[in-house]
Design a protein around this ligand. Sequence first.
Ligand SMILES: NC(=O)c1ccc[n+]([C@@H]2O[C@H](COP(=O)([O-])OP(=O)(O)OC[C@H]3O[C@@H](n4cnc5c(N)ncnc54)[C@H](O)[C@@H]3O)[C@@H](O)[C@H]2O)c1
Ligand SMILES: [Zn+2]
Length: 356
Amino acid sequence: MAKELVAGPKNNQYKIYIGQNAISKKNLSLLVKKHQKILIISDSGVPGEILKKVHTISKVTSKVFTFTLKQGEQSKSLGNFQKIINFLIEHQFDRSDAIIAVGGGVVGDLSGYVASSYLRGIQFIQIPTTLLAQVDSSVGGKTAINIPAGKNLVGAFYNPKGVIIDTNTLHTLPAKEFNAGLAEVIKYGLIQNTKLLSLLKSNIVNISSRKSQIVEQIIFESLRTKAKIVTQDEKETGIRAILNFGHTFGHAIEAHGKYKNILHGEAVAKGMLIASKISWLEGHISEKEFSKIYSLLEAYNFDLSLHQYKFLDLKPFIFRDKKVQRGNLNLILLQGQSKAFVTNDFKAKNLKLAIS
Ligand SMILES: NC(=O)c1ccc[n+]([C@@H]2O[C@H](COP(=O)([O-])OP(=O)(O)OC[C@H]3O[C@@H](n4cnc5c(N)ncnc54)[C@H](O)[C@@H]3O)[C@@H](O)[C@H]2O)c1
Ligand SMILES: [Zn+2]
């Protein structure tokens, strides 16, 4: 059953369509029809069939152009930002035209940032095709590119005009990518969504084998939580920080490994384990609750080994995190099932113990 959600502030709300075959004439032409020109941005790893469908529907009402990036994180660059801007200028896109991002978080983040800055902002539509992009990067309005000094250091908060999540697109996604996306789904269950947490516990086989109905349900529940939090706190001045549960450590693990050999979600799974362990060591959750979290992550086949990391190796990356303010490290911890909170009150020895 197709589902819909609404996100964004009252004066600038956008719809999220979720379902098998959500890339439909009904959903897409509604978003596209007022725009004379459309630029579809994607990358070389996005299956042609998905692009064809978006193209065919859009061209009924609009003149359609395409821009294809090379697949991979390196494409989220200043160079590509410039190239797309040049393309828009060359084809005389004006403020009434629009961009459609079809792909994973790389395509979505770069397209969104281009849309936020071209002519001080043109509209853009997100059609995320990876699980990570469907449950995370396509909703919430964060857009960014990478610069040599670091990932996502240049960007803007800029909401899309609409988001279309077609669960059929996930069939072609490599298993490793699908699994990594599940880490973010588990995150929403652990930080706030009890219903999602029980769905995750009782449908391990069906979720892992990507059964459409349950996949649609967990995407809907994930976005219900994300949309609620980002609508409450658009620019991350408060509650939105809990969406970073496990990420301070996950980012440190990714950066320490120079972003090679480990996907973001795989690192976040380890990071959530560390944050849960600190929550236990600090007395916020019981050892039994900690074991349950461990078992859930294990059931979804995450590699939870930490022995390859030494606390002192990760420490510089942990303290470089965006959650460090005035030298204080803010941690997102759990105080019970589906209850995350932010604190800088913890013992340094527990931080060390949880990693080593
Ligand atoms: N804006 C945000 O709030 C936010 C949140 C989380 C992550 N991100 C960003 O998202 C990016 C990661 O996104 P990602 O994990 O989607 O990676 P990605 O965009 O690199 O996609 C992973 C791979 O899957 C391929 N692919 C895409 N759709 C496919 C499909 N349907 N079938 C087969 N292959 C397909 C892509 O070509 C790519 O090679 C990072 O740059 C990260 O910083 C942003
Ligand atoms: Zn993440």
